[in-house]
Every structure is written in C-alpha cells, then in structure tokens.
Design a protein around this ligand. Structure first.
Ligand SMILES: [Fe+2]
Ligand SMILES: [Fe+2]
Length: 296
C-alpha cells in the first residue's frame, strides 16, 4: 500500500477543523479554499495598469528572518523584506519583535523615511510585530493589508497617521506591483506580491498559508508573466519530503526560475528546493540582499 502523505492523513483523520491542530497543518491541506481563479475583468484591469520595472535596479533586502545570512543582524522567527528599485519603495512585513526589527533596519542602513508603502501579508505576530514601531519613524505611508485584519489593528495604523488600504480583490498597489488579493485560508487570509519586471515576475510571500503553488498559479494568471523568483515563507515545515519535492517540481513546471525559500519554509524544504533548483536556489536569511546579478 502506498504511503499516505501527512496531509492525506490529517484530512482522512478528520482533524481539519480541530482548532489546536490547525496551526500545524501543512499548507497544501488548507489551500483548496483559496484556489479560485481571478475573474477576467480583474485580470484585464491589472494588465492594463501595470508597468514593468527594470530588473537591473531592483534590490530585495531581508530585514527580519529566523535564518541568519549576515552575522551582525538579529535572527528571530518572522519575516520582513525591503523592496527598492520600483516606482515606490516597499516594506513587506515587519517581523515579530519591534526592537530586533528596528535594530536590523538601522544596521542595514535603511532610512525608514525612504519607504513609501508598508505591505502586511497577514495578521500573524511574526509579520506585523514591528508595524506600529515603524510608523513612529514614518507614518507617511499607505499600509496595504487584507480586509480580514482585525478592525482594532487597522484603527491603530490609522491613529498612528498612516493611510490604510484594505485589499480584497487582486489589484495593483503601485505601477510595478500587483497584490494577489486576499487569498482565503483557514489559518489566516493572506495576500502576496508580484513585482513586475522586464525579466519576469518576482513573487514575495509572507507565510504562504494559502499554498505556495496556488499563490504562484494566481500570480501567473494575474500578470501573464513568467516567474523569475519566488521568495519568502513557503510554509512547508509540516510536509513530508515527498510532498515537498512534488511542490518544488510543480513550481519548476510552472516556470519558476529561481527560489529563495526562507522563514517558515522549513530546513528540509530548503534542502529539497536546493536539490531541485540547483544554482537557481538562492539562500535566504536576515541580511540577504538579492539583486539582478543573482539571477542566471
Ligand atoms: Fe510567519
Ligand atoms: Fe503566518
């Protein structure tokens, strides 16, 4: 008899809705509810509005991560990434502890006032922990978050002086950046970003709770672009190796050229993705900077 995958075991065990178990579920179990395709009107609107940025100027800096790339920075559970070189400078997520977040930000020489947009992927503390502190340094930003964030959190952003943009449908959030829209998931609804460049799309994920494959499929459907890079949390910590390998192969089949799985991707997933993508695997971790020169 064929070995049952961990996700099949959980589904067949009927524990899917047991609250204490949900957080440990592998991402793919939960992704079916987010797999709906974007409607053609939304796709047409996005493709009409979006403009390709030059890849040459793009720079991603991982400000917060539980993997360490730069020894001088604090590594802690969570994720945050600065995106420069687009029409607007974006900060995507803010890590868990504001002191570690701010310390890393300044050690990396990042001026908070240089940031135009704060994008929060989903309402988990390891992604929004530094948000309020950030607004103390720069409240002249738009905070783009999914509509399901608690109203109290949205209010606190507004009371700090920021504009809040609630994301529901997929949309452009700047000339070069597309949000996948709010993808539903039992753990947390989440949106991811596609940075649209002249060499392909760069998909940036927080935890990928709705499923990394589903996020990439949606990114391709929205932009029509080949995916140059998928970076961020892939949330494969609880998946079996065979399942992770299938996901890595699926991403490769979808045309993903490079991957940088970090944060909640899991050590085993990083090894498997490294084996599947070879030189096109980019090591993540706090302090990692990714530029055009990293792509083959
Ligand atoms: Fe996370
Ligand atoms: Fe999360």
């Amino acid at each position: 008899m064929e070995k049952m995958t961990r996700r099949e075991a959980i589904v067949q065990g009927g524990r899917l809705l047991s609250g204490s178990v949900v957080l440990a579920l592998p991402q793919g179990v939960l992704s079916a509810c987010s797999a709906s395709k974007p409607d053609p009107t939304t796709v047409a609107q996005i493709r009409k509005n979006v403009q390709k940025a030059s890849l040459d100027g793009i720079r991603l800096t991982i400000v917060y991560d539980n993997y360490r790339f730069n020894e001088e920075l604090q590594a802690d559970w969570g994720f945050s990434c600065l995106v420069e070189g687009l029409d607007r400078t974006l900060l995507f997520d803010t890590g868990r502890y504001h002191d570690a977040f701010v310390s890393n930000l300044f050690k990396l020489g990042i001026d908070p006032k240089s940031i135009d947009e704060l994008v929060l992927s989903h309402d988990h503390p390891d992604h929004v922990g530094g948000a309020l502190k950030f607004l103390e340094f720069n409240s002249s930003v738009t905070v783009s978050l999914v509509r399901s964030f608690p109203s109290g959190f949205k209010k606190s952003m507004q009371e700090s002086g920021a504009d809040v943009a609630e994301i529901e449908q997929a949309t452009t959030i700047s000339r070069n950046v597309v949000s996948t829209g709010e993808m539903k998931d039992i753990v947390r609804n989440e949106h991811s970003l596609v940075l649209v460049t002249d060499q392909g799309g760069i998909v940036l994920t927080g935890c990928a709770h709705p499923g990394i494959v589903e996020i990439v499929e949606r990114s391709v459907a929205l932009t029509g672009q080949e995916i140059l890079l998928v970076a961020g949390g892939f949330h494969l910590m609880s998946d079996y190796g065979s399942s992770i390998r299938n996901i890595a192969l699926k991403l490769r089949d979808l045309g993903v050229r490079h991957v940088a799985p970090t944060h909640c991707s899991g050590g085993e997933a990083r090894q498997i993705f490294s084996a599947v993508f070879g030189e096109r695997f980019l090591n993540g971790g706090v302090g990692r900077v990714i530029t055009a020169g990293d792509f083959i």
